[in-house]
Design a protein around this ligand. Structure first.
Ligand code: DLL
Length: 425
């Protein structure tokens, strides 16, 4: 099972080596943000913690937590820790509230990003010379450029396709013998659809690297079967430096390896802020150890996951493995006392034979009480009753199920909006 590595020494370091490096890097990054940014300094001061208080890895718990708010409030570059002349690139996430978060990068930050991303390509089996077709947007979204920087570092042949024009996308993949396809999960589904319409096969395609949205196991299987590829789950976010910075699963598909020489991850109970035990689900909190322009410190990601293992994996990598992301805390839906995540609805829908890969969850709110309507596309023969029954069995309450003919629900080329809130009066 041992594969090829982009950086064998780091990827297979012993736990002691990783922790020693993390300790040194934690001390350095805390000193850096404290000395170079007023907002960080005030935050640390108000928590009564100074850089010299950080001596061991455990001392990370002394540091204040941060969240999206602090980044939004400091828009555009208030939290930057380097002089403006050192910034050479930026990316931005808009988020649901509309106030954007901007991530600046120094030259060294771009190398750090490329290193993390190149490890992901190699971990998925990518080899120098392989054609990689990058379908996330090249722009403010970090997906396209991050996958590009990493592909350069891994020595791949870059096809910077971006999203859209899906027929051309399929022809490009056929003609250039694309071996690695990367994308936002819902775009993977769209490519399959168009390939079927065009009656094309892509025999050279072997590896799919998808992420940016929580995706269920049955959805992974659909993409894997539909494209005839091995699917990898890649993770990262604007705040930590972009796609791939937080890792990916390896060919063992037993959790996401987080690049621990670059990040410290903690899992906390989102209500109390206290650490939870390994194996227990909670909110992921991330400290960026090696970024210069804007290293996040104990950043509350709002993503839910759990630690699967800290032992070395069959692939030879020693970095901690976390479970695929369940969803964002703010995406949790509460109906009649039952809590669930969109991913659980997806998981159920994708197991009903004949149900398509596009769906919508409509949360109808009347007098403070939520009701759920689930719209799915399906082949003839699938009824609303079948959908309702499956969801009731899986989730414990009865949403309304509306079935549409295939192709009727809207398609997106970026992250799909699955959940819609509707006020009923
Ligand atoms: O979505 C980075 C990315 C691009 C990852 C392309 C993978 C592929 P943001 O737009 O800042 O960055 O959104 C980050 O998306 O906090 C998660 O909630 C979600 N997310 C990202 N990857 C995954 C994944 C990019 N593999 C937010 N599984 C994160 C589940 C994911 N959720």
């Amino acid at each position: 099972m041992k594969g090829e590595y982009h950086n064998e020494k780091m990827e297979t370091a012993t736990r002691e080596e990783i922790e020693e490096l993390q300790t040194q890097r934690l001390k350095a990054v805390v000193r850096h943000v404290y000395q170079s940014n007023q907002i960080y300094r005030k935050l640390f001061d108000s928590h009564g913690v100074r850089p010299e208080d950080i001596r061991t890895l455990k001392d990370v718990a002394k540091l204040p937590m941060t969240n999206k708010e602090i980044l939004r409030e400091s828009y555009p570059l208030g939290l930057s820790c380097v002089p403006r002349e050192s910034i050479i690139e930026m990316h931005m996430s808009s988020g649901s509230t509309g106030t954007p978060v901007i991530m600046p990068y120094t030259s060294s930050d771009l190398n750090q990003w490329a290193e993390c991303m190149a490890r992901c390509y190699r971990m998925a089996g990518g080899r120098p010379g392989d054609a990689v077709q990058i379908t996330p947007l090249f722009g403010l979204f970090n997906g396209g450029f991050g996958m590009y920087h990493g592909a350069r570092a891994a020595g791949l042949f870059v096809i910077p396709a971006g999203p859209g024009n899906t027929q051309r996308q399929v022809r490009l993949a056929r003609d250039l013998k694309t071996r690695i396809l990367t994308g936002v999960v819902s775009y993977g589904v769209r490519i399959i659809e168009v390939m079927e319409e065009m009656n094309e096969k892509l025999p050279d395609l072997e590896i799919g690297i998808f992420g940016a949205e929580a995706f269920s196991e049955p959805m992974k299987k659909r993409i894997s079967d539909g494209l005839g590829i091995e699917v990898f789950d890649i993770y990262g976010m604007t705040e930590t430096g972009g796609v791939g910075t937080l890792g990916q699963d390896c060919t063992a598909h037993d959790g996401i390896h987080v690049w621990e020489d670059h990040y410290i991850v903690e899992i906390i109970d989102p209500r109390t802020g206290e650490a939870v035990e390994d194996g227990e689900t909670g909110e992921l909190v991330v400290t960026a150890l090696t970024r210069e322009a804007l290293p996040v410190i104990r950043f509350r990601t709002a993503d839910l996951t759990r630690v699967l293992s800290r032992d070395a994996c069959d692939c030879g990598r020693s970095h901690v493995r976390i479970a695929p992301i369940t969803g964002r805390i703010d995406d949790m839906i509460i109906v009649k006392g039952v809590n669930f995540f969109p991913k659980q609805v997806e998981q159920t829908l994708m197991q009903i034979p004949g149900v398509g890969s596009n769906y919508q969850i409509i949360v109808e709110e009347a007098d403070g009480v939520n009701d759920i309507r689930v719209n799915v596309e399906a082949e003839a023969g699938v009824t609303g009753f079948m959908v309702e029954k499956a969801l009731k069995e899986a989730l414990g309450f009865s949403p309304k199920g509306d079935v549409y003919p295939m192709g009727k629900l809207p398609r997106t080329e970026g992250k799909a909006q699955r959940v819609f809130h509707k006020k009923m009066s």
